[in-house]
Structures are given as C-alpha cells and as structure tokens.
Design a binder for this molecule. Structure first.
Ligand code: UGA
Length: 450
C-alpha cells in the first residue's frame, strides 16, 4: 500500500520505518526541511535502538522516501498517518494546531479515497473535528475521507520492537471498510510473518497481537486512559516507597510480591524519582483537563501528578540530610535522560534535580551515555565528564538519576577511591545496597531500609 507519514518525530519515523520494514511503500514528510535533508543523507536525527538500521535498509531497498512537499505526499498516498506533535498548552490541554494545519492541506489536495489516520496522541473527539475539517476544507473534486484513530503504545528506547511486536493494535473507525484497510496494513504484524530486523528473524515467542476495533472516541480515550493508568501505578509505588522508608520495609520486596498477582502485574511498580518524558506528564494533564471539561473531576490523576512532583523534593531532602549544606559541595550526577536507552531529556526528573542543585550553589559534574550534548545547551555551567569515574573524582556525593544498566556494572571500588566522601544516593534503586555498604559507601536509595 502507498502510505505516507506526516511528521518525522519519534512516532512518525518509527511508524514509517516499521511499515516500510514489513513491505509497504512509505513516504515520510516533515515541514522541517533540515530534518528531511538529514534523513535523505542517511542521518537519523534521533537516537532510538534499531531505528537507523530499519530506516537505512528501507532506504536502500527504495521502500522509504523523505520529502517536505505535503501536497504531493497527500496526492500519491492511499493511507495518511498523521504523526505531528500535540504539545501541551499552558493550561495543560493539547495544542492541536499542527494537526489542524495538516488536515486543511489534506482536504485541499486529496483526490479519490483517502484513509486519514490519527496516530498522534489527541484528546477524545478530535476525530470528529478532523472529519469536519476535511469536509469543510475539502475540494469539490469529490475526495472521500475515512478517518481512523490508531493510537500508538510505543515506549521510547524500545519503540521499534514495540511497533513490530505489539500486544494490541487499536483502530477506532466509523465504517467497517476502514477497519478492513487497517487490518491489511498491519497484516504482516498480526500474522507475525515478516523478517524481524530487531531479532534477525528469531523473535522471542509472543502471543499474536489482538486487533481491537472500536469507535473513534473509544480509541482516542484508550490511549489517554492507558498512559494515565500506568502513571497512577508508578505514583502508587512511589507513595508506597515513602511508607516503606518510615516503617522499615523494603519497597522492592513489597512490589515484587504484589506484581506476582496477575491482577496487578509486575510492570510500572518501580519506585524512584518519578516519571518524566514527553508522554506521561503531558497526557495525565491533558486527560485531567478533558475530564474536567466533560464535568468529571478525575482527582486520582491530580493526586498521581502531585505525588510525582513531590518525588524531586523528597530526593533532594535526602541529599540535604546526607550532605547537610549543598552550597559549594561537589555533586556527581549519573544519568540525565528521563529513562535509559534514549537521548530524551524532556521533563526528565534528572534535569530538574540538576537545576535545583545548581540553584542551591552545588557544583555539578555529570555523565550520561546519550544526552550530554543536549544538556550542555541548557546547563552550560555543569562539567560534562568523559565517563562515570571522571564524575566521581573529588565528589562529595554521587547521585544516580537514570538507571542505565552500565552504571550497575561500574568498578564501584574504583569510584569509592576517587570520591572525597563515598556517598551514593541512588534515585532508581539500581544498585545492591548490601554490596555498596560492603564496599564502604554510605548508600541511600528509595524505599529501602538504611
Ligand atoms: C509511555 C508509554 O509507556 C507508552 O506505552 C506510550 O506509547 C508512550 O508513553 C507515549 O504516549 O507515546 P515512554 O514515555 O517512552 O512511554 O516511557 P515509559 O517507559 O512508559 O516510562 C515513562 C516514565 O516512567 C519514565 O520516566 C520512567 O523512568 C518512569 N517509570 C516507569 C517509573 O518511574 N517506574 C516504573 O516502574 C516505570
């Protein structure tokens, strides 16, 4: 099928690359000419495991092309995935102006039958507005539009694998024929009959993905409801961690046993310095706002957000308790991204902690495997180090803020030898408390005794 992707950010590039990898002809369009030129030259502008492999392979096979020409893209495609940004407005609601602008061009340029698929995260009832815009700005040429909501459930850091091996594919439609076309697009993934570029064709066994057909409104709601629920789960674990600290229990032991109950499940129960990234914080706010507009006060969401914001205060308080005064102390920071395996620092708790440390007069040395260049622009006074050992040199404390697995495997004895004071505050419970104390560290983590 001739498919186009409008918007070459995280979601758009992964969607385009994966659809090309399973055999479609894909055109990726972005209004940012520089981004398109980079992609045409074979440079993938974001770090995402396996994305470069699949995009470059598709490019060599001429299954994918890049352009800034929206009208031409619309003209030549049967299915159009809209993957433009929907960032938060000041009031927490989603900014849908990019979506609206694209809809108007699609309406004006389309001929024949077009499947218009919203992939961007949008508030419920956006599909209705999208259909209206397509009709109102549509040409007299008799173009026919089928609007579909097809939310993504991709996690940064594993989005290629998530796309190719999903638990479910949700399509919100108002006509059965649109669902049939979506099924055709996803057929290789649903039947698991493509050569997987992530696992060299030897994918771990998994259940066949569910193909879930709903109304457009339900599909839109499923996305916000899923992200918000996961955020609630994390805030629950974090509040539990506070209680464990007070009562001498270990949150890791508690959540591990809780997660063995299939009704609860083990995922998203990791306590720490809170959730960040471009999805959970904005989605929980947008969901709260849309509920409020509908006359429903979704206080659970507000509370989850409040608990999350308080994680930073709680962690800094721990640092103050251990270091007494932060001013003029040398603090080493390991990890700047909102989670490992990404270069994304948007709404990263780590960055907020760095900001507050600097504001209190600490001098900060930092290391992150992917995000140092980006962070340098925002915090030029931080000393960015070659490696974690350099961060530890002369430090009064080390703060572990992102659970990059390589931090677990460091030579902690060597680090101990380099610090002025062997104090480690582990904001992600990555390290083994017993081992750290055996090595002579004063070690504090989240919700664990000691
Ligand atoms: C999230 C969802 O997991 C995806 O399903 C969704 O498609 C995506 O948002 C989106 O809306 O586009 P992502 O933002 O990439 O994906 O990150 P997650 O892996 O969900 O982690 C979010 C945050 O929660 C991170 O800061 C992570 O450190 C934190 N987290 C996660 C915890 O603090 N504890 C946990 O147990 C799990």
């Amino acid at each position: 099928m001739r498919i186009s992707i409008i918007g070459c950010g995280y979601v758009g590039l992964v969607t385009g690359g994966c659809l090309a990898a399973i055999g479609h002809r894909v055109t990726c369009m972005d209004s940012d000419g520089e981004r398109i030129r980079a992609l045409m030259a074979g440079h993938i502008p974001i770090y995402e495991p396996h994305l470069d492999e699949i995009v470059l392979a598709a490019r060599s096979a001429e299954h994918i092309e890049f352009t800034s020409d929206l009208p031409k893209t619309v003209e030549q495609s049967e299915a159009i995935f809209i993957c433009v940004g929907t960032p938060p407005l000041e009031n927490g609601e989603a900014d849908l102006s990019a979506l609206d602008a694209v809809a108007r061009v699609i309406a004006a340029e389309a001929r024949g039958l077009k499947l218009v698929i919203e992939k961007s995260t949008v508030p419920v009832r956006t599909g209705e507005q999208l259909r209206r815009a397509l009709e109102v700005y549509g040409p007299a040429s008799g173009a026919v539009f089928q609007v579909v909501s097809n939310p993504e459930f991709l996690r940064e850091g594993s989005s290629v694998s998530d796309f190719l091996h999903p638990d479910r594919i949700v399509v919100g439609v108002d006509q059965p024929s649109a669902a049939a076309k979506m099924r055709e697009i996803y057929q290789p993934i649903l039947e698991r009959n493509f050569v997987c570029p992530v696992h060299d064709g030897a994918c771990p066994p998994a259940a066949q993905p569910q193909f879930v057909v709903t109304s457009i409104n339900s599909a839109e709601l499923i996305k916000h409801a899923s992200n918000s629920f996961l955020a609630l789960k994390i805030s629950y674990a974090n509040q539990l961690a506070d209680l464990c600290e007070e009562l001498g229990a270990d949150v890791e032991e508690v959540t591990r046993a809780m997660g063995m109950d299939p009704r609860i499940g083990p995922q998203f129960l990791r306590a720490g310095i809170g959730f960040g990234g471009f999805c959970f914080p904005k989605d929980i706010q947008a969901f709260y706002r849309l509920a409020e507009r509908a006359g429903v006060e979704f206080m659970l969401l507000k509370e989850a957000e409040r608990i999350n914001k308080a994680r930073i205060d709680h962690f800094l308080e721990k640092a103050r308790r251990a270091l007494w005064v932060l001013k003029s102390k040398q603090v080493g920071v390991l990890g700047l991204t909102f989670k490992p395996h990404t270069d994304d620092t948007r709404f990263a708790p780590a960055l907020e902690i760095v900001r507050r440390l600097l504001a209190e007069g600490a001098s900060v040395r930092a290391y992150d495997p992917q995000a140092m260049r980006k962070t340098q622009v925002v915090y030029p006074t931080v000393k960015y180090c070659e490696d974690p050992y350099d961060v530890a040199a002369g430090a009064d404390a080390l703060l572990l803020l992102t659970e990059w697995p390589e931090f677990r495997d460091l030579d902690w004895q060597r680090i101990h030898g380099q610090m002025v004071r062997p104090l480690v505050l582990d904001g992600r419970n990555l390290l083994d408390p017993h081992r750290m104390r055996q090595l002579g560290f004063e070690y504090h983590s989240i919700g664990r005794p000691g």
